[in-house]
Design a protein around this ligand. Structure first.
Ligand code: HEC
Length: 111
C-alpha cells in the first residue's frame, strides 16, 4: 500500500512539474518564438531538446547566462535578450522549465 502511495505522489509531482514548466513557458512569452516541433522565429523545442540531450546542466547554465548557446549561435543575440525573462526564476521553477523543454526530445512529429 505504501508503495502505491509513493508511486502516486511521484506521478503527481512529475505531472505538476511539467505543468509548471508549460505555464512558465507560456507566461514568460517563450511560446511566441518557439513551437513544439516546427521552426518558428526561434528553433523548435524538439531541436533545442535534441541539442541539449544529456546536457541538462548546460541548458540550466545557458538560461542563467553562464554558458554559451549551442543551437543557433549566429542568432544568439535575439535569444540572449530574452534571458532577462527568466532571471528572477527560483531554482525549482528554472528546473521545471528546463525539464519541460527537454521533454520534447521524443516528440515524433516532423520538423
Ligand atoms: C523574440 C523571439 C524569442 C523569444 C521570445 C524566446 N526565444 Fe529562445 N530563441 C530564439 C532564437 C532566435 C533562438 C536561436 C538562437 C540561439 O540558439 O541562441 C533561440 C534559442 C533558444 C534556446 C537555445 C539556446 C542555444 O543553446 O543556442 C533556448 C534554450 C531557448 N531559446 C529558450 C527560450 C525560453 C525559455 C524563452 C522564454 C523565456 C525563449 N527562448 C524566448 C528566439 C526567442
Amino acid at each position: 500500500m505504501q508503495k502505491i502511495i509513493l508511486v502516486f505522489l511521484f506521478l503527481v509531482g512529475y505531472l505538476f512539474g511539467s505543468e509548471q514548466g508549460l505555464e512558465l513557458f507560456k507566461s514568460r512569452g517563450c511560446a511566441s518564438c518557439h513551437q513544439p516541433s516546427v521552426e518558428a522565429f526561434g528553433p523548435s523545442l524538439k531541436k533545442i531538446a535534441k541539442a541539449y540531450k544529456g546536457k541538462r546542466e548546460d541548458l540550466i547554465r545557458y538560461l542563467r547566462g553562464e554558458a554559451p548557446p549551442i543551437v543557433d549561435p549566429s542568432r544568439a543575440g535575439i535569444m540572449e535578450a530574452q534571458l532577462t525573462m527568466v532571471k528572477d526564476l527560483e531554482e525549482e521553477q528554472l528546473l521545471a522549465l528546463v525539464d519541460f523543454i527537454l521533454s520534447f526530445e521524443k516528440t515524433s512529429e516532423e520538423q
